[in-house]
Design a protein. Structure first.
Length: 253
C-alpha cells in the first residue's frame, strides 16, 4: 500500500476548517453526495484530499483554497425561526438574519422552532464540534415554563437521568424557581443536546413545556440582546469560549 502524502487531509476536516459547516454537518453533506472532488461525488467520510491542488465543490460552489476569516456571533433566536440555513417549508430560517455578514456561517447546535434564546453562529468548524460534543461538557442553561406543579422529587428523578428512545440522558441540574397553581417555572442546566431533550424529559413525568428559552451557552449569556438581534463576540468572550472547549489558540476576528 502506497504511503499517503503528508499534504493530504481528511475531506471533512478540510471542509469544517474552511467554514462550510460543523464537522457533523460536513459529514451529512458528504453522505448526501453534495461534495465533489475533481468532479466526482465523494461519499466516503475518510476520503483524503490536498486542498491546495484538488478542486472541491459543495452544492456546485467551489471551496476557496484559502481559509475564511473566522467569525463568531451570538444571536437571540425568536420563536418560529428554524435553526437551519435553508428550509423551503419554513417561514423564517436563522440564515435570514445573517445575510449582511460576508461569511458562510452555521449554527452551533439547534433549538427547535418554538424554543427561543442563545445560538452561536460561526464558521469555525473545530470550535463548533467541541462545543457540541458531550465529552467536552460545555454547559447550557435554559428557563422552562411547564404545565402543572413539578415537585422536588420529580425534578430529582430527571436530574439523575432518564431513559429516552436513543438512550439514557446524562445527569443535569434542575432548579424550581416558582410554583403556581397551574404551572412551574424552572431553570435547567445540561451539557448534552439530545433532540428536544428538555421537552421530552418533562413529558415523561406528565408535564408539557409551554415556553423554553436558552439563557447561556458555556460562558456566554444573552445579556440585553433582544429577539432577532445579533452581535460579534468580544475577544474576551471568544477566549473564554475556547477555554471551555479545550482550545488554547485564539483566532483573530
Amino acid at each position: 500500500m502506497a504511503n499517503i502524502p503528508s499534504k493530504t487531509e481528511r475531506l471533512q476536516v478540510v471542509l469544517a476548517r474552511f467554514g462550510i459547516a460543523s464537522r457533523r454537518g460536513v459529514v451529512s453533506l458528504i453522505e448526501e453526495g453534495k461534495v465533489l472532488v475533481n468532479g466526482e461525488a465523494v461519499r466516503e467520510k475518510g476520503f483524503r484530499v490536498d486542498p491546495r491542488s484538488d478542486k472541491i465543490t459543495v452544492d456546485g460552489k467551489p471551496v476557496a483554497a484559502g481559509e475564511q476569516k473566522k467569525k463568531y456571533f451570538i444571536f437571540n433566536k425568536p420563536k418560529g425561526v428554524m435553526t437551519t440555513l435553508q428550509d423551503p417549508h419554513a417561514e423564517r430560517v436563522i440564515a435570514d438574519f445573517f445575510k449582511d455578514v460576508p461569511a458562510r456561517l452555521f449554527p452551533v447546535g439547534r433549538l427547535d422552532r418554538d424554543t427561543t434564546g442563545l445560538i452561536i453562529m460561526t464558521n469555525d468548524g473545530e470550535l463548533a464540534f467541541r462545543l457540541m460534543h458531550p465529552k467536552f461538557g460545555v454547559k447550557k442553561k435554559y428557563k422552562a415554563r411547564v404545565e402543572g406543579v413539578v415537585t422536588q422529587e420529580e425534578a430529582s428523578r430527571l436530574e439523575k437521568g432518564v431513559m429516552l428512545e436513543e438512550g439514557k440522558t446524562a445527569p443535569c441540574k434542575i432548579e424550581i424557581e416558582k410554583v403556581g397553581r397551574k404551572e412551574t417555572l424552572l431553570s435547567v442546566t445540561l451539557h448534552e443536546g439530545k433532540k428536544r431533550q428538555i421537552r421530552r424529559i418533562f413529558e415523561l413525568i406528565g408535564h408539557w413545556v409551554v415556553e423554553l428559552e436558552r439563557l447561556s451557552y458555556g460562558p456566554l449569556s444573552l445579556g440585553d440582546l433582544r429577539f432577532g438581534e445579533k452581535r460579534e463576540l468580544t475577544a474576551q468572550e471568544l477566549r473564554a469560549l475556547k477555554e471551555v472547549a479545550g482550545l488554547k489558540s485564539i483566532a483573530q476576528h
